[in-house]
Ligand binder design. Structure first.
Ligand code: 4AD
Length: 457
């Protein structure tokens, strides 16, 4: 029976016939047989296969198997006498499906640097670390959908091509057409959609439409930002989870975000224990304990003004000087979460001048009901707010931000017909995967990273 290796290794070793399909990690020959370590990607562990000399293709093929070759093996799963594994397989048939030229195959048994592996995004998921990241990423995605579904949120597919710049930062990739002769539209009116369009920077504005109809919704999709940030936390294409909730204020928003983070961390620790143990050992020592403490402890809450006071009182020289009104930089966020509080914190009520037009203006007229969640090692992982539900205030904020209210009539309409307090946030999916796996660079946690100057395949 065809089996995945994770199932074979998990099951009680009974003497049963199985078929496994995978790739050779190593081959070791002894007197009368060879040990083949086969990995099929279903889990970190390899299945040890014993291939006897008596197999018909032993001399012609099995003895020539090298790292990377693909095989289908039929045999009997047995209790293993070897240390560190409970099951091994005794091969009855080893079919070589594809050879891997040993002279040129770049993945050898030794550990490769992540920079080296980045040069080959088509092969790197075959390594222990990057294979583990892919499994953990997939599980996190599943857990997020599960979290929202258990709570009655509907998933909304917001558009990838859009004519609204949600964050108002002008960091959009433009979408246009090119004729066979290389010609481009000469004016906005000639554009394919009759006006300028771009790749979305956030599905939030459209998610708000559905929140004000369905109550609680979320989006989970790709997001594009043409910002020239070449850092270990920025991508030009990343995935974002954006819940949006009607009849919800800032404190309800913070509560959902906190519960979601704790839920997905618990899920991944339970369901990806083997991969997590690898990251704990080789990528970030103490990672599992760190995540457990995030689950157990309350997040610290403080306002932007309090955060600035803490930074001003810090016995530390920052590259970017601190004063009320500045946008917190990564060094500030990391000082607060890593050095001062050593746990996740939620910073609220930022100055209106540094936040987008849609955030609800507080009674002081100076700050908005924003909230960012900062975590040790990463900085900002979640950014959200209560939305401005008052028509006149929103219209005024748009004008101040240089946005034509006529362009966003549909968005303003939501404040005209049955407006309600509502709130939501964006969780950067890769930053979450980074936090969970301990990977230092965000380029390691997305299969095919896109960054300024780089989009190899
Ligand atoms: O703070 P941001 O820009 O918020 C929004 O886009 C809101 N519209 C979300 C909402 O309220 N629905 O981005 C949200 C999160 C950040 O906290 C960060 O985790 C991630 O998205 N993020 C990035 N991740 C990778 N690369 C980038 N260039 C990112 N920019 C933001």
């Amino acid at each position: 029976m065809k089996q995945r290796i994770n199932v074979v290794l998990r099951e009680q070793p009974v003497e049963q016939k199985i078929v496994v399909q995978g790739w050779i990690r190593t081959r070791r020959d002894t007197g009368g047989f060879s040990f083949l370590e086969v990995n099929d990607g279903s889990c970190l562990a390899n299945l040890q296969i014993i291939a006897e000399k008596t197999l018909e293709n032993y001399d012609s093929e099995i003895k020539h198997l090298t790292t990377g070759c693909s095989v289908i093996v039929t045999g009997i799963a047995k209790e293993s006498p070897a240390k560190g594994q409970n099951v091994e397989m005794h091969a009855e048939k080893v079919e070589v499906v594809g050879w891997a030229e040993p002279e040129t195959y770049p993945l050898q048994k030794k550990r490769h640097s992540f920079e080296f592996l980045r040069e080959m995004s088509h092969l790197r998921p075959r390594t222990n670390a990057l294979g583990g990241v892919a499994r953990v990423r997939s599980r996190l995605s599943y857990a997020i959908h599960q979290f929202f579904n258990e709570r009655g949120f509907a998933q909304v597919h917001t558009p990838i091509i859009t004519t609204s710049d949600c964050e108002g930062a002008g960091e959009m990739f433009q979408v246009t057409t090119v004729g066979k002769d290389g010609s481009r539209p000469k004016s906005d009116a000639e554009e394919f959609f009759g006006k300028r369009a771009g790749l979305t920077v956030s599905g939030q504005l459209q998610a708000e439409v559905y929140a004000l109809a369905l109550g609680n919704v979320y989006t989970f999709g790709p997001t594009f930002r043409a910002e020239n940030s070449n850092t270990s936390r920025h991508l030009s294409e990343f995935w974002m989870i954006e819940p949006e909730m009607a009849f919800c204020d800032l404190s309800c928003n913070m509560q959902v975000a906190t519960e979601m983070l704790k839920y997905v961390l618990s899920d991944v620790l339970e369901n990806c224990a083997e991969d997590m143990a690898l990251f704990d050992k080789f990528i970030e020592k103490g990672l599992v304990a760190k995540l457990k403490s995030v689950i157990d402890k309350d997040f610290v809450h403080l306002t932007y003004t309090e955060a600035v006071d803490e930074l001003l009182a810090a016995d530390k020289k920052f590259e970017f000087p601190v004063e009320w009104g500045i946008d917190l930089q990564s060094e500030h966020e990391r000082y607060l979460s890593e050095e001062l509080y050593k746990c996740p914190l939620i910073v609220t009520d930022y100055p209106a001048s540094i936040k987008p037009f849609y955030m609800r203006v507080n009674d002081d007229g100076k700050t908005v009901a924003a909230m960012d969640i900062l975590v040790p090692g990463i900085g900002e992982i979640v950014g959200g707010s209560q939305r401005e539900e008052r028509y006149e205030v929103l219209e005024k904020r748009m004008i101040e931000a240089g946005i034509e209210p006529e362009e966003y009539e549909w968005y303003l309409d939501l404040r005209k017909y049955g407006s309600v307090p509502h709130a939501g946030y964006g969780l950067g999916f890769e930053r979450l995967v980074q936090f969970v796996t301990g990977m230092a660079n965000i380029r390691e946690v997305i299969p095919f990273p896109r960054t300024p100057g780089s989009a190899p395949c």
